[in-house]
Design a protein around this ligand. Structure first.
Ligand SMILES: *[C@@H]1O[C@H](CO)[C@@H](O)[C@H](O)[C@H]1NC(C)=O
Ligand SMILES: *[C@@H]1O[C@H](CO)[C@@H](O)[C@H](O)[C@H]1NC(C)=O
Ligand SMILES: *[C@@H]1O[C@H](CO)[C@@H](O)[C@H](O)[C@H]1NC(C)=O
Length: 796
C-alpha cells in the first residue's frame, strides 16, 4: 500500500506538470465531473459537450478523444452524443489512497484546430472498507492494584476509506474494570486507549477479556473487532487468614498422646509462594510446647504429652500462619481440658482419739478432711459410715468432718469398733475410697464383781478334818484389767460373837472356802456368813453373797434313853397288876438321839426278859405291854433289857433295863393325864423332860402340832412306889423330830430350854423364843451354868 501510495504520488506530479504545460499552451477552458468509485463500466459520468459548451457534431468532426496522463483508458467518449462514460470501475483507494479529494485529470484532444481541453474527474469515496485490526487478539498484563485511571494503549484499527467513511470511534464490550477512550493524534490518527476504572484484584479475578470494536463513519457504518485479554498479575497483597479467628476445643484429660486436638486452616488469596502457608505456635509458653505440636503444613494440632485437668484446665494457643512472602495471620485456639473422673476421693486424718473411755458422752473420735481433685460432679463427694454403729459423722467447715460417738459406749458390750468411712464421688463412674479405723474402747470401772449366785448353800459332813475345802464362791467382773481383778473376803458376821474367822477361811484369789476345824452338827447345824468380792478399780466396786453352810449330820450319837433313868441310885420299878389284860401298857421307853434324820430314827426291841413271852416291846414307840394274861404262877419281879437302836449307818444303840413288879389288886392305868401331871407337879418337884415336836403340814391352815410329853412322875412321897428318881446327867439335847415324814423344814422357830443345874432343884424353864439374829444366850450366869439347848419347830 505504501509503495502503491508512492507510485500514485509520482503520477500526480507528472500529470500536474502536463496540465500546467497545456494550460500555458492552449489556455482553454476545463470541465469537472464527479463519479462515485466502484461504479460499473459504462456508467454515465457527464456530458462533455454540454459541460464544455461544444456542439456534439464538433466533437465528432474534430475527432475529440479523451486521454489520461497515464494512458489509462478509464473514460470513453461517445462522440455521437458527447456522453462521458466509465470504461472501467474506479477504486478510489487504489487511485488516491488517503488523498482527498481523489481527482483524476484527463485531457480532451480535438484537432482542427488543435485544442486541448482539461477535464477533471473526482472519484468519490464510498464506504467499501471496514476498520480492520491488524492483531485480532491483544494481550495485556496488568499488575493488580494498578491505580485507577491508569491508561493502557491498544492497537488501533485501520480503515482504507476516507472522510466520513474513515474510522470514527472504538467501543469495548461491557466489563467491570475498563472503559475505552480514543486518542486522536495530530495526524488525525485515532488510537484506542483502555482506562482502568476499577482496581484489579488478582484474587478476585485473575484475568478478563472483552471485545474491542472499531466503527467507521459510513452509512451504514462498518466495524471491525479484536479480542483483548487482560491478565492480572498477582502481588503479595494478602496475609493469610484463618477460617476462624477463635477456635474453641474441648478435650478430655485422659486423651492419649498423639490425639488430634484441632485442625486449623488459613487461606491466602495470593498465588504461588505468596499463597503458601505454614503454621507455627506464636509466643507459646513452655507448657504449651511440652503438650502440643502443630504440623506446619496441615495445621493439625496434636497432643504430645498427657493432660491433667487438675493441673491445667485450659490452654490458649496463638497460632500463626505465615505465607511465602512473609505476611502472617493469627488465630487463637482455646483448648479446654475436660475433667474426667480420674481421681478417687482422698481422706486425710487430722486427729484420732483411741482408745476412748466408755461411758463418756458425745466424744469426738476423729477429725478428718476429704478431697477429690476432680471438679464438678466428679469432685462432689458423699461421706458415710455404716448405720448400725453408734457413731455419727458431722460435717464441719469446708471439707472437714468429725466422727463422734452417738451416746455412751459400753466396753463390756463392745470393746472394739472397726469403722469404715466411705467417701464416694458423684462422677461417672463413681469412685470411692474406704478408710478403715479401729477404735478401741477403754475400760472404766463401772461393773462390780458379780457372784455367780446370790447365795451359796454348801454341805459338809460334820466331824470333818480341819482345813477341809468345803466349796467355792466365784464372782466375775465384766470390766477389764485391774478393774476386773477380784479379791474375795469374809464379811464380818452379824453376830459379833460368832467366831467366824476361826471356823472358815476364804482364799482371796480364788474364792475357795475352807473349814478351819471340825464342825459338829449337833452344835452348829447352819453357818451363815457373807462373802465379799471387790475389784481393784479406783474406786473399787464390790458385791456380796450369802454363804450358808449346812452341816450334814453323821451318826455320831448313840440313842440316849430318857426313861427309865439308868444309873439311878434307886431305879424305877413299874408296877403291873396281876389282873391286867393282855396288852396292858406297862411302860414306855423314851429315848432320844442327838443326831438327826435316819440317824435319829429309833427302834426298840426286847433283848432279854426274865420270863420271855410275858412282855413285848413295840418296835416303833417303845411301849412295853403285857403279852398275855398274868397268873399267880408268874414271878413278881421281872427284869427286861430293851435295846434302842438308831437307823444310822452303822447303827448305834443303847440298852435300858426295866424293872417290873407284879402286884395284886391294882388295875389303874399307869400313865396319868396331863392335868394330873400338872397337879402332881404343883404338889411335888418333878423332873420334866420335854420333847416337843412340831410337824409341818402341807396346808396353810392345817397346823398340827404333835407333842408328846414324857413326863416322869416320881412321887417320892408315895411309899408304894419304891425307889426314887434322879435327873439325867450330861447334856440335855432338844431335837426336832420329823413326825410328818416329809423331811421338809422351812422356817424355824427356836425356843430355848434351860435345865437349871443343881441336882437339888432340877427346875425346867421355858425361856424365850430365839430370834435368829440374837445370840444364843442364857439369862444369867450362875455357878452351875444351865444346860441350854434349843428346840425348833417349823411352819410351812
Ligand atoms: C476389726 O479388724 C481387726 C483386723 O482386721 C479384726 O481382727 C477384728 O476382729 C475386727 N473387729 C471387729 C469388732 O470386727
Ligand atoms: C476396710 O474394712 C472393710 C470391712 O472390714 C474391708 O472390706 C475393706 O477391705 C477394708 N478396706 C481397707 C482399705 O482396708
Ligand atoms: C450308868 O450305868 C451304865 C451301866 O448301867 C454305866 O455304863 C455307866 O457308866 C453309868 N453312868 C454313870 C454316870 O454312872
Amino acid at each position: 500500500m505504501e509503495n502503491g501510495g508512492a507510485g500514485a504520488l509520482r503520477i500526480r506530479q507528472v500529470l500536474l506538470l502536463f496540465v500546467l504545460l497545456g494550460m500555458s499552451q492552449a489556455g482553454s477552458k476545463s470541465g469537472r465531473f464527479s463519479v462515485a468509485e466502484e461504479m460499473q463500466s459504462g456508467s454515465y459520468v457527464g456530458n462533455l459537450a454540454k459541460d464544455l459548451g461544444l456542439e456534439v457534431g464538433e466533437l465528432f468532426s474534430r475527432g475529440a478523444q479523451v486521454v489520461s496522463n497515464d494512458n489509462k483508458h478509464r473514460l470513453q467518449l461517445d462522440l455521437n452524443n458527447g456522453n462521458l462514460l466509465l470504461s472501467e470501475a474506479l477504486d478510489r483507494e487504489e487511485l488516491c489512497g488517503f488523498t482527498e479529494p481523489c481527482v483524476l485529470h484527463f485531457q480532451v484532444l480535438m484537432k482542427n484546430p488543435l485544442q486541448i481541453l482539461r477535464i477533471e474527474l473526482e472519484v468519490r469515496d464510498i464506504n467499501d472498507h471496514s476498520p480492520v485490526f491488524l492483531e485480532k487478539e491483544m494481550l495485556l498484563e496488568i499488575p493488580e492494584h494498578t491505580p485507577v485511571g491508569a491508561i493502557f494503549l491498544l492497537e488501533s484499527a485501520k480503515d482504507l476509506d476516507v472522510g466520513i467513511n474513515a474510522l470514527k470511534s472504538y467501543t469495548i464490550s461491557p466489563n467491570s474494570h475498563f472503559r475505552i477512550k480514543m486518542r486522536v493524534n495530530p495526524d488525525n490518527k485515532k488510537y484506542p486507549e483502555l482506562v482502568l476504572d476499577k482496581a484489579l484484584d488478582y484474587e478476585e479475578q485473575s484475568q478478563l477479556s472483552f471485545i474491542l470494536t472499531a466503527v467507521d463513519g459510513g452509512s451504514p457504518p462498518r466495524s471491525g473487532t479484536a479480542s483483548v485479554w487482560v491478565v492480572v498479575v498477582d502481588s503479595n497483597d494478602n496475609s493469610p487468614e484463618f477460617e476462624q479467628q477463635f477456635y474453641e476445643v474441648k478435650i478430655p484429660e485422659n486423651s492419649i498422646q498423639g490425639s488430634l486436638v484441632v485442625t486449623v486452616a488459613a487461606w491466602d488469596l495470593d498465588s504461588g509462594k505468596n499463597g503458601e502457608i505454614s503454621y507455627t505456635f506464636s509466643h507459646a509458653s513452655e507448657d504449651i510446647r511440652k503438650t502440643f505440636e502443630i504440623n506446619q503444613k496441615s495445621g493439625q494440632v496434636t497432643l504430645t504429652s498427657s493432660l491433667d485437668f487438675e493441673t491445667i484446665q485450659s490452654y490458649s494457643i496463638i497460632i500463626q500462619a505465615t505465607d511465602g512472602g512473609g505476611l502472617s495471620g493469627k488465630s487463637t485456639v482455646r483448648i479446654q481440658v475436660m475433667d474426667v473422673n480420674d481421681n478417687t476421693p482422698e481422706v486425710t486424718v487430722s486427729s484420732i482419739t483411741s482408745p476412748i473411755p466408755e461411758n463418756s458422752l458425745e466424744t469426738v473420735v476423729m477429725i478428718f478432711s476429704i478431697r477429690d481433685r476432680d471438679s464438678g460432679d466428679n469432685g462432689r463427694m458423699i461421706c458415710s459410715i455404716p448405720e448400725d454403729l453408734p457413731f455419727v459423722l458431722k460435717s464441719s467447715i469446708e471439707n472437714y468432718y468429725t466422727l463422734e460417738t452417738e451416746g455412751t459406749l459400753d466396753r463390756e458390750s463392745r470393746a472394739q469398733y472397726n469403722i469404715t468411712i466411705t467417701v464416694t464421688d458423684l462422677g461417672t463412674p463413681r469412685l470411692k475410697t474406704e478408710h478403715n479405723i479401729t477404735l478401741m474402747v477403754s475400760d472404766v470401772n463401772d461393773n462390780a464383781p458379780a457372784f455367780t449366785q446370790t447365795s451359796y448353800t454348801l454341805f459338809v459332813r460334820e466331824n470333818n478334818s480341819p482345813a477341809l475345802h468345803i466349796g467355792s464362791v466365784s464372782a466375775t467382773d465384766r470390766d477389764a484389767g485391774a478393774n476386773a481383778q477380784v479379791t474375795y473376803s469374809l464379811l464380818p458376821p452379824q453376830d459379833p460373837q460368832l467366831p467366824l474367822a476361826s471356823l472358815v477361811s476364804i482364799n482371796a484369789d480364788n474364792g475357795q472356802l475352807f473349814a478351819l476345824r471340825a464342825l459338829d452338827y449337833e452344835a452348829l447345824r447352819v453357818l451363815e456368813f457373807g462373802v465379799g468380792a471387790a475389784d481393784r478399780g479406783s474406786p473399787a466396786l464390790s458385791s456380796q453373797a450369802l454363804v450358808r453352810v449346812l452341816v450334814l449330820d453323821a451318826n455320831d450319837n448313840s440313842p440316849f434313853v430318857l426313861y427309865p433313868l439308868q444309873n439311878g441310885s434307886a431305879p424305877c420299878t413299874e408296877l403291873v397288876p396281876r389282873a391286867a389284860e393282855p396288852g396292858y401298857l406297862v411302860s414306855k421307853v423314851v429315848a432320844v438321839d442327838g443326831d438327826s434324820g435316819q440317824n435319829a430314827w429309833l427302834s426298840y426291841q426286847l433283848l432279854k426278859a426274865t420270863e420271855p413271852g410275858l412282855f413285848s416291846v413295840w418296835p416303833h414307840n417303845g411301849e412295853v405291854r403285857t403279852a398275855r394274861l398274868l397268873s399267880e404262877r408268874d414271878a413278881a419281879k421281872h427284869r427286861l433289857l430293851v435295846l434302842v437302836k438308831d437307823n444310822g449307818e452303822p447303827p448305834l444303840s443303847a440298852s435300858v433295863t426295866l424293872h417290873v413288879l407284879l402286884v395284886d389288886g391294882f388295875s389303874q392305868p399307869y400313865l396319868p393325864l396331863p392335868e394330873a401331871a400338872a397337879d402332881a407337879a404343883q404338889a411335888d418337884p418333878l423332873t420334866v423332860y420335854l420333847v416337843i415336836a412340831l410337824a409341818s403340814v402341807s396346808s396353810l391352815f392345817l397346823f398340827s402340832v404333835l407333842a408328846f410329853i414324857a413326863v416322869r412322875l416320881c412321887k417320892r412321897n408315895r411309899a408304894a412306889w419304891a425307889g426314887g428318881c434322879s435327873e439325867p446327867e450330861g447334856h440335855f439335847l432338844g431335837q426336832l423330830v420329823d413326825v410328818s415324814g416329809t423331811g421338809t423344814l422351812s422356817q424355824n422357830y427356836q425356843h430355848e430350854v434351860c435345865l437349871r443345874g443343881g441336882t437339888a432343884t432340877n427346875e425346867f424353864k421355858f425361856l424365850k423364843p430365839i430370834i435368829p439374829n440374837l445370840p444364843l444366850q442364857c439369862p444369867e450366869k450362875e455357878e452351875n451354868p444351865p444346860f441350854c439347848s434349843s428346840f425348833g419347830f417349823s411352819i410351812q
